[in-house]
Write a protein that binds this ligand. Structure first.
Ligand SMILES: Nc1nc2c(ncn2[C@@H]2O[C@H](COP(=O)(O)OP(=O)(O)OP(=O)(O)O)[C@@H](O)[C@H]2O)c(=O)[nH]1
Ligand SMILES: [Mg+2]
Length: 237
């Protein structure tokens, strides 16, 4: 039976972590999927790692794997770090802030298995998908980022900035090697590189819910970083 390694990067997610782990375990157990969750905590000052240790005691060390790092080193390298320790043939990446609901995971797995896709990505921008809880500015930024990328790079995937995805393990390995960008643009570059490498991609409509606990980090820096990264990819690919 295939094993699914779920990479869960955390930074100040102490309220969200027990809920997301409970939901993941419920979902995976109900469908008889073999899984491990790899929590990559970057020295969260709120004590997320302590919560993770408690959860490991409850669910077991075979299901909850802790791969913490000393300090906040960013999401891109958190995935690479988690991937190094993952033993599953498939890797699922999701946020820990409950914006990505584990109930969609069985649909990712089913679509992958039926079509032998290299990647299955959750999409907010296809029929059946959507975004809840964002203000107008956030919606425009996300839509704008997707639209601009579609025009410049034509990647053929509807949701480029999302990060709820399933990968064949070796495909994710190849993509993180190929990617140069850091920050928000990273998710988009992954899809652009996937197309370049002729990896096959399936899409599952997902509803994305804005975080309830904790703080959002999207600011002017992230937006300008995205645009710079996009233009770099446009110029070089
Ligand atoms: N390990 C690690 N995790 C991080 C880091 N930055 C963010 N995360 C986690 O990565 C996931 C996505 O980050 P978010 O802060 O939710 O980013 P976002 O979804 O774009 O924005 P908001 O939800 O509006 O804050 C969450 O689970 C965070 O806890 C980091 O530097 N290191
Ligand atoms: Mg979030």
């Amino acid at each position: 039976m295939a094993k699914y390694s779920i990479l869960l990067p955390t930074y100040n997610e102490k309220e969200n972590l027990p809920i997301i782990i409970w939901l993941i375990d419920q979902t995976m157990t109900k469908h008889d999927f073999n899984y491990e969750v790899i929590i990559i905590d970057d020295g969260s000052p709120d004590g997320t790692l302590e919560v993770a240790k408690q959860l490991q005691k409850i669910y077991g060390a075979n299901k909850i794997v802790l791969r913490p790092r000393e300090k906040k080193l960013g999401l891109g390298t958190a995935y690479i770090h988690g991937l190094k320790h993952a033993i599953g043939e498939f890797i699922i990446i999701m946020d820990a802030d409950l914006s990505h609901h584990p109930k969609f995971i069985p649909q990712f797995i089913k679509l992958q298995a039926e079509n032998n896709f290299d990647i299955v990505t959750g999409s907010r921008y296809v029929d059946g998908g959507g975004v809840f809880g964002w203000d107008l500015k956030r919606k425009i930024v996300s839509r704008g980022a997707n639209l601009l990328t579609q025009i410049l790079l034509r990647p053929g995937v509807s949701d480029l900035t999302g990060s709820f995805r399933l990968y064949k393990r070796e495909v994710l390995g190849a993509l993180v090697q190929a990617c140069v960008s850091k920050g928000y643009v990273f998710q988009m570059e992954m899809m652009v590189r996937a197309r370049q490498n002729s990896f096959t991609i399936g899409e599952v409509p997902i509803t994305f819910v804005d975080r309830f606990y904790g703080e959002s980090k999207l600011g002017a820096n992230e937006i300008s970083g995205f645009v710079k990264g996009l233009l770099y990819l446009f110029a070089t690919t």
